[in-house]
Design a protein around this ligand. Sequence first.
Ligand SMILES: [Cu+2]
Length: 288
Amino acid sequence: MSAVGAPTARVPRHGRRIFAIWLVCTAAAVPLIVYVLGPHLPPGRMTSEAGAQTDANTVMTALVAPIVLLIWICVAYSLVVFRARGAAIEDGRPIFGHAPTQTLWILMTTAIVLGLAAWGSYTLIASSDGAGGGQGPNPVALPSDPPGDTLQVQVIGQQWNWTYRFPAYGNVETAHLELPSSTPIELHVTSLDVTHSFWAYELGVKADAVPGVDNIVFVHPRRAGSFSIRCAELCGLWHGHMFQTGQIVSGDRFKAWIAQQQAAGKLNHKYLPPYGRTYFPDPTRRAG
Ligand SMILES: [Cu+2]
């Protein structure tokens, strides 16, 4: 920083020292974040969608680390080097701006923000996994899966439980969610009564469940395993009861499971309205 009335005595080049310390710390921290912390960042890699979120979290953490380190190092350096010594209370030298620093700051923040916007737009539009994240019935980009391969699963939120319907299997209704590991999935999230939010953490899915709305979410499983399901929208007294554990299983196990569900006739239709793309709460239904 340029200062007015600088004394003629040689002033140490604080900026260069700070830069050197910052460079060493950043060179150590960024590879640690990418290679050591990154694989442990949420939400994991059970699905392509979750993997893309883990990648995004890794990139963001690696990008923010140099900025956070610069702030910490400046503060620590100031505490050590610039702290008042002796009894006299003196003001520091006034600072009147520094054009190169300000220009660099504007250029760097612009580059980071525009770079992230370009990367985000690219992954949204060009990804072969599609862009359905529960934003509505018309995702801006569809997955490039072969047509006919996709399994549609309707997720119905209801005070206070989740129910699933499989239109490809005669609208069989289940109280538990199992998904085949080798098949692209298209979740259709909706609600019977109030706004819920279908949050399947390990799948990388969080989609609002709203009556009258068909929110589409694409899921591409990558490996078998169990995942937690929660409601992420305070929906009434037993909101916390909307917790389940779902499974991603092999295609054969899924076929056996769904056949079992069909055979058991676990249909809940006397409680739930017949299958539709969306549902409305009782008063509207009664009003026709
Ligand atoms: Cu809920």
